[in-house]
Write a protein that binds this ligand. Structure first.
Ligand code: MN
Length: 237
């Protein structure tokens, strides 16, 4: 993470205390927003927890290098507009047109990379896989022609995404849909809410699966934490 730049720190001499002014009022009048940089969330499990489907070395590189770089570059871009540190990255991606033009590509790419990976880590886990139950399974059956059709459609999206990108299960207008995006583009920018994410950038699988993306996709189902996905579905509906 990039340390805050010196210019963003409030300076000691800028705190001026007027006589006979209540302390709280003084503190309030001298309140400076300390921009809080975005942080790469820690993995919610050990790096080796997804073995043998996703290897520990890939997880180290993917989380500690790739994700951290997205977060670092997002923070570096926002330093020019420190008030944007107050916002949620998800909200920036929902309305990219509102982001200052000079940092819009950085927010789209690095902000997207930051939130996409945060979701990706959350919806995976050890001792996972299988099928969802309850409302989520019912919605998959209703909106996506059943479980088998969903799996086939999702695998097709992940396989056919040309070059770097993502496959998603998203909620759009109250219904589930499968979609894919290029690079670090987020379904949020289309007004959709992603609840399941599969990273198909080569950095996500190349060490173990080399160029065989379909083998990675098949193996990945074994680490999907459907409990986490169901929670995101319930929140998105
Ligand atoms: Mn990635």
């Amino acid at each position: 993470m990039t340390p805050r730049s010196r210019k963003l720190r409030p300076k000691k001499h800028e705190l001026t205390i007027q006589p006979n002014t209540p302390l709280l009022q003084t503190l309030s009048a001298n309140h400076y927003h300390m921009p809080t940089p975005f942080q790469t969330p820690a993995l919610p499990y050990a790096y080796e927890a997804l073995e043998p489907f996703i290897d520990a070395e890939t997880m180290h590189l993917h989380h500690d290098k790739h994700h951290v770089t997205y977060t670092t570059k997002l923070n570096a871009a926002l330093e020019k507009f420190p008030e944007w540190f107050e916002k949620r990255v998800e909200d920036m991606l929902k309305n990219l047109d509102a982001v200052p033009e000079s940092i819009r590509p950085a927010v789209r790419n690095h902000g997207g990379g930051h939130v996409n990976h945060a979701l990706f880590w959350e919806i995976m886990g050890p001792n996972a896989g299988g099928k969802p139950t309850g409302d989520l399974l019912a919605a998959i059956e209703k909106d996506l022609d059943g479980w088998d059709a969903f799996v086939a459609t999702f695998e097709e999206a992940a396989t056919l995404q040309f070059g770097s990108g993502w496959a998603w299960l998203s909620v759009a207008d109250g219904k589930l849909m499968v979609e894919k995006t290029a690079n670090q583009d987020s379904p949020l920018s289309q007004g959709h809410t992603p609840i399941l994410a599969l990273d198909v950038w080569e950095h996500a699988y190349y060490l173990k699966y080399r160029n065989v993306r379909p083998d990675y996709i098949k193996a990945w189902w074994n680490v999907v934490n459907w409990t986490a996905v169901a929670e995101k579905f319930a929140a998105a509906k």
